[in-house]
Design a protein. Structure first.
Length: 153
């Protein structure tokens, strides 16, 4: 399941809704991404995430479907926010659940790595020196590269 929204989320409530009452799940792994207060040595006052709705939802669904194909997941959830966010605000929630923890851990890490590099969001950081678009980072690309087709890191 994927959701792209401006509203904040309650990670504990989302986890309970996803796995509550399920007896086929032995482990659930979650990741919450937050807005940092500093990047590239400069204080960040806010970050605005932009996207094209249909394109973004289609790509997130494709990424989630790939995780479902690679690992025996019982459930998964990706919530990604957009709009203006401030340091400490939650940006993304990824939850994966499976009968065994290994699949849940690997699928969660895969989803986070691919969201960083393949999800079509554009990030504009506001600093005291002005605003700047966030460029792709080589270490994010390296993390995602290990998940290329045929590899399951």
């Amino acid at each position: 399941m994927i959701r792209v929204q401006t509203a904040d989320f309650d990670a504990a409530a989302e986890l309970k809704a996803l796995v509550g009452g399920r007896h086929d799940i032995g482990g659930a792994v979650s990741f919450v991404g937050l807005v940092r207060a500093e990047a590239a040595g400069q204080a960040i006052s806010s970050m605005t995430l932009e996207h094209y709705p249909a394109m973004t939802e289609r790509e997130l669904a494709r990424i989630e479907a790939e995780a479902q194909e690679r690992w025996p997941l019982a459930a998964s959830l990706v919530i990604h926010r957009y709009g203006r966010l401030e340091p400490g605000d939650q940006i993304v929630l990824v939850i994966t659940a499976a009968a065994h923890r290994q699949a849940a851990f690997a699928a969660c890490e895969f989803l986070v790595d691919w969201l960083k590099t393949r999800a079509p969001f554009w990030k504009l950081e506001e600093t005291a020196a002005g605003s700047r678009w966030v460029a792709a980072r080589a270490n994010d690309d390296s993390a995602a590269a290990r998940w290329q087709a045929g590899r399951s890191a």
